[in-house]
Design a protein around this ligand. Structure first.
Ligand SMILES: Nc1ncnc2c1ncn2[C@@H]1O[C@H](COP(=O)(O)OP(=O)(O)OP(=O)(O)O)[C@@H](O)[C@H]1O
Length: 716
C-alpha cells in the first residue's frame, strides 16, 4: 500500500460545512416543515393541522416536572372552541385526527400573541417571545391531550428562558407546530467548525490516521492478552474480528455483510473491553441502532447508561436511560426532594391571585430550578462516570452530558449508514475507534447534489493556495462518502476484518452477492443454507414456489413496458418523476397470490421495489387484499429481512435505460433481504445492458434461478 496522501483537516471540515449547509437547505425545503412558527393565519394553522404538521385550538391544562427536570405540559383541546362533533360522549373535547407523533420536535406558541398592537417596549419583547413560543418534544399523545416535554434537547432540564416561556402559556389559546429537527445538523456543524479551527498540535493520533497524516500503528496482540470468549457460539470470523479490534491501537473496521451477525460480534467485543477495564462509548446513527445494542447488552449485567431523550427510546431500554436513572438510582436521591418542591411551588402559582405574590413564587422557582440543574448535573456526571459502557446516537454524543468524559474506545455501529461529519461528533476526542458496517450496502440518504459547494470549495481553495492540489486531495469527498469508505480507501484492507458466515439466506440466494461483491467469501451457516418455504414451522403446501429459493420472472420481449409517473406526495405536491410498470406489477401480484395460496402467511412476505411510482401501484393492488403483507422501497428495507421477498425491478424500455438500478449497493440490499425465497421480476433485455454487474446478474439468474416467462395475454 503506497503511503496515503494527507488531507488538510481544515479544508476537509470546511468542505463538509458547505455540503452540510446545502443538504440542510434541501431537507428543509423538501420536507416543507415550517422552520419558524411565527405569525400565521388561523386558516394556515388549520391547513397545517389537516396535513399533519400542527395541532391547533389547544390550552395548557396541566404541568409537572418530568424526566430530567423538564416541565411536561399537558395540552388539551380548548373547550371554548371545540365543536360538538369533536366531543366524546361525556362532553370532553377530543383532539381529532392529527399527525403529531411521539418524539416529534414541536413549537408551542400563543395564537393571539401574533400581530397584536402593544405599547411599552418591555411588553413588545414579551409579545415577541409569546409569538416565538417554546420548543419541546412530544412524549405522549392521546385522544384528549398531547404531552410535551420542554427543555434542552439531549437532557439537562430547563433553562431559565424555557421556564418563563412555558409559564407564559398558561391561560392562552395555543397551537403546536412540528419543526424540522435540526439538532443533528447543529451538532455536525459545531464539530466541523471546531475542526476548522484546531491547530496541528491539537490533532489526536486517531485524527492524523483518519486524514492520512500518518499510518495506523502495528497491532498490539500482547497487550490484549489471550481472549476467553464469553459466547461459545461465535464463529471463527467473528472471533478473529474481535481479536483484531482488541489488538488494534487506533482503528479497526468490522465489515459485516448482510446477516453475518455484526451486532452479535460487537456485543462480545464490548464485554471483552469491559473485562479489560476499558471505558467504551457506543454510538449509532439512529436511536433504533443504539437501542438494539442496549437491549442485547443489558442482560449481560454490565453497567450501561443510555443517553437520549426518553421519548425517543424503546420502552425496553428506558430503565437504562440516563434521565430515568437520575430519578431511580441512589445517586438520583439528591434531586428528588427538590423536584417535589418545584412541583408544589408551580401548583401554587395558579392559586395565587395577587401579582406580587405570584412574582415572589416565580423568583423562588427560578432559584429552585437553578439548584435543581446544579444537583442534577452532578448526579448525571456521577452516573456517566461510573458506567463502563455509555451509549448514545452519534449526535447525542455531542450533548453536555459527555462534555468532559474520556473513553478508551469509541465504537460506531452501522457506520456505513452515517454521514462522516456525524461520526466526528464522538470521534474528535477518541483514541481508538472501531467502526462496524457494510460499505457495499446503501450509504445514508443525501438529498442535495453537492454541486454548489464543490464549485465553491474549488474556487476558494484555488484563491487561497494558488493551485488546485488541495482540491485534488479532496476528490471524492461528498456527503455520501462515508468515513468507513474513506478509511478503507486511505489505508487499504489491512485495517478491516470481514465477517463471513451469514445466518439469513438460503445458499442459492447468497451465491450471487457473495461472488460479485464479497469476493466469494460468504458461507451460509448450516442452519440456513438449505431452508425452504416448505420448511416453515406452519403448514405450507409443496409447490414450485415453496420448494424453490430463487425464481426469475423475465418480462423481456417488450410486452411489459415501463411508464413515467409523476410522484405525488401525501399532501398532493409534485415530488418529481418516478417509474412504474403495470404489467410487471400484475406478475408480482400473481406471484404473491400463489405464495399465499400455498399457505405462506402474508406477514412472511415483503414486496419491494426501487421506484415509488411502482410502490404506489403495487400498494393499490395488494394493500387491502393482504393487510399483513409488507410493501416498501428497497432503500427503506435496508436492515430488514423476510422469509420471502418479491422484487419488482420496473425498468423495461427500448433505450435500455436502467436509472438507479445502476447502483449495485441498492441491488445488493434488494437481493439480500430474503431468508428462504427470492423472486425477481424484471426485463432481462433492458437490465443486462445497464452495467457489467447487471449483465452478470441476469446471466446468473438465467442459469441458476427457476426461470419463468409471463404471458402478457394471460394477465389481462
Ligand atoms: N455465531 C452465531 N451463531 C449463530 N447465530 C448467529 C451467530 N452470529 C449471529 N447469529 C444470528 O444471526 C442473525 C443476525 O445477527 P445480528 O442481528 O447480530 O446481525 P446484525 O449485524 O445486527 O444484522 P445484519 O447482519 O443484518 O446487519 C441473528 O439472528 C443472530 O442470532
Amino acid at each position: 500500500m503506497p503511503p496515503p496522501t494527507p488531507i488538510p483537516i481544515p479544508l476537509f471540515a470546511s468542505t463538509q460545512l458547505n455540503l452540510l449547509h446545502e443538504e440542510h437547505a434541501a431537507e428543509v425545503s423538501s420536507s416543507k416543515l415550517a422552520s419558524t412558527a411565527a405569525t400565521v393565519s388561523p386558516s394556515t394553522r388549520r391547513t397545517l393541522q389537516a396535513t399533519g404538521y400542527a395541532l391547533t385550538g389547544l390550552i395548557l391544562s396541566q404541568c409537572r416536572t418530568g424526566l430530567g427536570g423538564r416541565v411536561v405540559g399537558e395540552f388539551a383541546p380548548d373547550p371554548a372552541v371545540a365543536s360538538e362533533e369533536s366531543r366524546a360522549a361525556d362532553g370532553t373535547p377530543r383532539l381529532g385526527s392529527h399527525g403529531i407523533r411521539v418524539g416529534d420536535v414541536v413549537r408551542v406558541s400563543d395564537v393571539a400573541g401574533a400581530g397584536k398592537k402593544v405599547g411599552k417596549d418591555k411588553d413588545k419583547e414579551k409579545e415577541k417571545d409569546a409569538e416565538k413560543g417554546v420548543e419541546g418534544v412530544v412524549t405522549r399523545t392521546g385522544d384528549r391531550a398531547v404531552w410535551i416535554a420542554f427543555g434542552r434537547q439531549g437532557g439537562g432540564g430547563m433553562s431559565k428562558e424555557d421556564d418563563e416561556a412555558v409559564e407564559e402559556l398558561w391561560g392562552k389559546k395555543v397551537w403546536a407546530i412540528k419543526l424540522a429537527n435540526d439538532v443533528t445538523y447543529r451538532r455536525m456543524r459545531q464539530t466541523m467548525e471546531k475542526m476548522v479551527k484546531m491547530t496541528e498540535s491539537e490533532y489526536s493520533h486517531f485524527m492524523r490516521v483518519a486524514f492520512g497524516h500518518t499510518t495506523p500503528l502495528q497491532l498490539d496482540t500482547e497487550a490484549c492478552g489471550p481472549v476467553e470468549f464469553t459466547d461459545p457460539t461465535l464463529n471463527d470470523s467473528q472471533k478473529e474480528s474481535i481479536q483484531f479490534a482488541l489488538a488494534s491501537r487506533d482503528i479497526a473496521l468490522i465489515h459485516g455483510p448482510p446477516g453475518t451477525g455484526k451486532t452479535h460480534t460487537l456485543i462480545e467485543l464490548i464485554l471483552q473491553l469491559v473485562q479489560r477495564r476499558k471505558r467504551v462509548l457506543v454510538c449509532g446513527p439512529s436511536n433504533v441502532s443504539v437501542d438494539n445494542i442496549v437491549e442485547r447488552l443489558a442482560p449481560k449485567k454490565v453497567p450501561v447508561v443510555r443517553i437520549g431523550h426518553p421519548a425517543r427510546l424503546l420502552p425496553s431500554v428506558l430503565e437504562h436511560s440516563l434521565e430515568v436513572l437520575t430519578q431511580t438510582s441512589d445517586a438520583g436521591g439528591i434531586v428528588k426532594d427538590i423536584r417535589k418542591e418545584i412541583d408544589e411551588k408551580q401548583a401554587s402559582i395558579r392559586k395565587t391571585r395577587s401579582g406580587r405574590e405570584r412574582r415572589g413564587i416565580y423568583d423562588d422557582l427560578k432559584l429552585l430550578r437553578k439548584e435543581f440543574r446544579e444537583r442534577e448535573s452532578k448526579c448525571v456526571d456521577n452516573l456517566v462516570r461510573e458506567s463502563s459502557v455509555v451509549l448514545a446516537t452519534l449526535h447525542g454524543a455531542g450533548g453536555h452530558q459527555l462534555k468532559n468524559q474520556k473513553f478508551d474506545v469509541v465504537i460506531i455501529d452501522e457506520a456505513s449508514q452515517a454521514l462522516e461529519a456525524q461520526c466526528w461528533i464522538p470521534l474528535l476526542g477518541a483514541e481508538k475507534v472501531v467502526l462496524a458496517g457494510d460499505h457495499l450496502q446503501l450509504p445514508p440518504t443525501v438529498k442535495s447534489t453537492g454541486q454548489n459547494s464543490k464549485d465553491q470549495t474549488s474556487k476558494g481553495t484555488e484563491e487561497k493556495t494558488g493551485n488546485t492540489t488541495d482540491t485534488e486531495t479532496l476528490k471524492g469527498v461528498s456527503l455520501e462518502r462515508t468515513l468507513f469508505d474513506r478509511l478503507l480507501a486511505l489505508h487499504g484492507p489491512g485495517i478491516k476484518r470481514m465477517l463471513t458466515t451469514q445466518y439469513r439466506m438460503h445458499e442459492k440466494i447468497m451465491r450471487f452477492p457473495s461472488d460479485e461483491l464479497y469476493e466469494g467469501k460468504l458461507i451460509a451457516s448450516d442452519a440456513v443454507k438449505a431452508r425452504l418455504l416448505i420448511d416453515l414451522p406452519y403448514e405450507v403446501e409443496g409447490t414450485d414456489d415453496t420448494q424453490e429459493p430463487l425464481v426469475f420472472w423475465d418480462t423481456q420481449g417488450g410486452d411489459f413496458p415501463e411508464k413515467a409517473e409523476d410522484e405525488i406526495s401525501k399532501k398532493g405536491a409534485l415530488l418529481g418523476d418516478s417509474k412504474s410498470n403495470e404489467m410487471e406489477a400484475m406478475v408480482v401480484a400473481r406471484h404473491v397470490d400463489s405464495l399465499i395460496d400455498a399457505g405462506i402467511r402474508p406477514e412472511s412476505i415483503a414486496v419491494i421495489t426501487p421506484y415509488n411510482g411502482q410502490l404506489a401501484l403495487l400498494s393499490r393492488m395488494l394493500r387491502e387484499k393482504y393487510p399483513g403483507l409488507e410493501l416498501g422501497s428497497v432503500d427503506g428495507f435496508q436492515g430488514r429481512e423476510k422469509e420471502a421477498v418479491v422484487v419488482s425491478l420496473v425498468r423495461s424500455n427500448a433505450e435500455h435505460e436502467v436509472g438507479f438500478l445502476g447502483e449495485k449497493r441498492r441491488l445488493n440490499v434488494a437481493m439480500t433481504r430474503p431468508k428462504r425465497h427470492l423472486c425477481i421480476c424484471g426485463d432481462s433485455e433492458t437490465i443486462s445492458h445497464g452495467s457489467s454487474f447487471l449483465k452478470h446478474w441476469m446471466d446468473f439468474l438465467e442459469e441458476n434461478a427457476d426461470l419463468r416467462y409471463p404471458d402478457a395475454g394471460d394477465l389481462l
